[in-house]
Unconditional design. Structure first.
Length: 448
């Protein structure tokens, strides 16, 4: 959403590009891959610094009667694991180009899921959050067309201690939000936040050589006829005397600076869901310091009409069913991502692949069985399609041979196909074993 009356926000172009119409077409794939390559390069720069920092933690002295490892050694082990996770993140990507409808989807990628240290993961997570809340926004606006989006910024004074400044901002906002909720439940202590019908917010942290500057970005839905008291086009003095600014100053005790303005488009959502850390403004050392302070902290939230939105955990895109596609495999090198392989999936191959996935998939609420082994290895000649599963009693009736599955944990043998079941628990060890084998033609002894 574009900020009215303000210059374009200083954003990384990655998230903005992922929000433009047509970004998922084949024409934009190369640009998308290049952006991911730049993000991966920043992650590798962090890896280089982490390696140097780990080498500086060479103090392996022990202390205490039990010979407990020193703090530096423990940190060195943590840095080593973090470095390994970052270096292995995004080494390859698999895209699917659905060429009949000209859509590209990221089908598979290995990620570290550490967006505070990895810019590539930050892009993917922000993109998923952006899409989830945009979908809710469209539903809300359709049901309540009188509500319009606005952008609220809350800040506190800069400081050298990131942890202290973050806790101060967080506790201040929690107090303000608690006051809003108290009015809703008791009807007392009305505040300007009560004029907001729904909001989604995120914390952001910058450091431009004048200490850490934490601030809160909030996308609000308000009625234009009942807005929080804040002169959008007023002077600085008028803004500082507004009820919104005075209420925030009473809570923080050190900051009256707030900003509230209308927005349009999707760039306001981008401002909220962009990275918590501005990677371009931070050195790897400051990046690592912020990671240690903020990891595990909740940096986004919502209330009102935006409450309850679920953001998918997967870093990949939603795939399209029943459409032929071309697989595009990219591998990362020092020069960036390069296309190293392609594969076309269509026609009978697509139907067969979908059938096998459906037959051998397991319910999400059930435990996935352990890997199973086939006692007799054979070469597949052809696939037999089973029209009526109720007629299946033994695999041999369809495969002209015998096939046994064994429990990978204890070795128990299962010969029968268990009707109407997708798996069975081993009676000896309790391991879960698949009971739907792939129906195949097994060559007879004469054919062998």
């Amino acid at each position: 959403m574009e900020l009215i009356g303000q210059k374009k926000p200083s954003l990384e172009s990655d998230l903005a590009a992922d929000s433009k119409e047509g970004y998922d077409s084949i024409d934009n794939l190369q640009y998308r891959v290049e952006r991911y390559g730049k993000a991966k390069k920043r992650t590798m720069d962090n890896c280089t610094w982490l390696n140097e920092y780990r080498n500086s933690l060479a103090d392996i002295s022990t202390k205490g009667k039990l010979g407990r490892k020193s703090y530096k050694v423990l940190e060195s082990l943590e840095v080593q694991k973090l470095e390994g996770d970052l270096c292995g993140c995004g080494n390859w990507m698999l895209f699917r180009h659905y060429y009949k409808i000209d859509l590209v989807r990221l089908a598979n990628i290995k990620t570290c899921k550490k967006p505070l240290m990895c810019q590539l993961c930050a892009i993917r997570r922000a993109s998923k959050s952006l899409q989830a809340y945009l979908n809710r926004f469209e539903v809300i606006v359709a049901e309540k067309p009188d509500l319009k989006p606005y952008f609220l910024t809350l800040t506190v004074t800069n400081g050298d201690d990131l942890k202290e400044r973050f806790e101060h901002l967080k506790s201040s906002f929690n107090k303000y939000n608690l006051r809003r909720r108290k009015f809703l439940s008791t009807g007392t202590r009305f505040c300007e936040l009560n004029k907001i019908h729904g909001a989604v917010y995120s914390y952001e942290f910058t450091n431009k050589d004048n200490g850490w500057h934490p601030h809160l970005h909030i996308l609000c839905l308000c009625n234009p006829n009942d807005l929080p008291d804040f002169p959008i086009d007023g002077t600085g003095k008028q803004k500082s005397l507004s009820k919104l600014s005075l209420e925030w100053g009473q809570i923080t005790k050190d900051s009256f600076i707030v900003d509230f303005r209308p927005i349009s488009g999707i760039k306001g959502f981008i401002e909220v869901f962009k990275y918590a850390l501005k990677f371009s403004d931070l050195s790897p050392e400051l990046n690592y310091h912020a990671y240690r302070v903020l990891k595990g902290k909740r940096l986004t939230g919502a209330f009102g009409l935006f409450r309850g939105v679920t953001v998918p955990e997967e870093m990949t895109d939603d795939l399209i069913k029943d459409q032929p596609y071309m697989e595009l495999f990219y591998k990362y090198t020092r020069s960036g991502y390069s296309l190293t392989g392609t594969k076309k999936v269509d026609g009978e191959n697509l139907t067969l692949l979908n059938d096998l996935k459906e037959k051998h998939s397991f319910p999400k609420d059930r435990v996935k069985p352990k890997a199973i082994t086939v006692k007799k290895k054979i070469k597949i000649k052809s696939v037999v399609k089973i029209e009526n599963p109720d007629q299946v009693l033994r695999v041999s009736e369809f495969t002209q041979g015998e096939k046994w599955y064994t429990c990978s944990n204890c070795g128990c043998v299962f010969e029968d196909v268990f009707r109407d079941l997708t798996h069975v628990d081993c009676e000896d060890c309790g391991s879960r074993v698949s009971t739907i084998p792939i129906p195949i033609m097994i060559p007879s002894e004469e054919e062998e």
